[in-house]
Design a protein around this ligand. Structure first.
Ligand code: MLT
Ligand code: MN
Ligand code: ZN
Length: 306
């Protein structure tokens, strides 16, 4: 399985347009040992020709242009065979509306995420301008299913959507009751090699189910939003703690680095990194701590074969 990181930042990207925090100022000014990042999304492929994109970032157009593997091979064409959505957060869905240039789209999501995006959404009509413009494939929790091309051919990849602790998107609070289908991880397995990766970009807690989902994979992408629970408060940027936003911090005795210390996965990446996170600075102690524990900080353009 080929894996390409298209974007690795949390909502807002890095730097964020309205943020003057030390990280954002530093990367803008070129004074930091840090790379700019777009909002989180990765592409996976069994054959290197047809790709499934995990999460449709608001920056999807730039991300497609930045990766030759996603460029059209004909007058009207896209190597994007399908898009998988982990949750209804706008940093994961807004990009769908940018793909409205009359191209048939195939979207894999739970029924809850599907409803959250389409119900009462007047903008969604732009993806239903002709029959067959958008085909939704329902993901049932826990069920392994084949990722297919729109014409029904197999891609050689299987996916399992697994419920992970999270919360409904902010704009649906009060409209939709919280549901286990709100926030999922994708476990994707290559049929030919048997190798699997797990994509968990939003995780509020490490539970036995989270550990079970990671078990047996060769690659994990995990929620790297915050280093510390009070990161936004300490920088004077807001009053929310990481747990209020359903993101488990990396650092500390009950952070993900400690709680995932014993997982036996050779490739481990933090992704969905908020612009305030000190791991973005390649010379920071927190960055070194992550690497010393065998993790890497995902960055835009990272590419490897699993
Ligand atoms: C999150 O990751 O918590 C959300 O993307 C936040 C948001 O949608 O503003
Ligand atoms: Mn987000
Ligand atoms: Zn910032």
């Amino acid at each position: 399985m080929k894996i390409k990181v298209l974007g690795s930042a949390a909502v807002g990207g890095f730097p964020q347009w309205n943020c003057g925090c030390p990280n954002c100022r530093g990367v803008r000014g070129g004074e930091l040992k840090a790379r700019a990042r777009t909002q989180e999304s990765i592409a996976v492929s069994a054959d290197g020709d047809n790709w499934f994109v995990l999460n449709a970032s608001p920056e999807i157009r730039t991300q497609i242009e930045g990766f030759a593997g996603l460029h059209p091979r004909g007058p009207r064409d896209s190597p994007i065979a399908g898009i998988l959505i982990t949750n209804g957060d706008l940093d994961h869905c807004l990009g769908l509306l940018s793909l409205r240039e009359s191209h048939p789209l195939q979207i894999y999501a739970t029924e809850q995420v599907h409803r959250g995006f389409t119900e009462s959404n007047t903008f969604y009509a732009t993806l239903e301008r002709f029959p067959g413009q958008t085909t939704w494939r329902t993901l049932q929790l826990g069920k392994e299913q084949e990722l297919k091309y729109l014409d029904g051919r197999t891609s050689g990849l299987d996916v399992q959507a697994l419920a992970v602790p999270g919360q409904p998107p902010l704009h649906l609070r009060g409209r939709f009751a919280p549901d286990p289908e709100d926030n999922v991880a994708f476990r994707i397995r290559d049929r030919a090699t048997g190798r699997a990766m797990i994509y968990m970009s939003g995780v509020a807690a490490v539970t036995p189910a989270v550990l079970a989902a990671i078990e047996g994979t060769q690659c994990v992408f995990f929620d790297g939003t915050f280093w510390a629970a009070d990161e936004l408060i300490a920088l004077g940027l807001g009053n929310k703690r990481a747990e209020d936003m359903a993101h488990l911090p990396i650092g500390g005795a009950d952070g993900s680095l400690a709680l995932l210390e014993n997982i036996k996965v050779p490739r481990r990446y933090y992704i969905h990194i908020n612009n305030t996170n000190p791991i973005l600075r390649e010379d920071a102690a927190e960055h070194a701590a992550v690497e010393a524990a065998g993790w890497r900080v995902a960055y835009d353009g990272l590419e490897f074969e699993l």
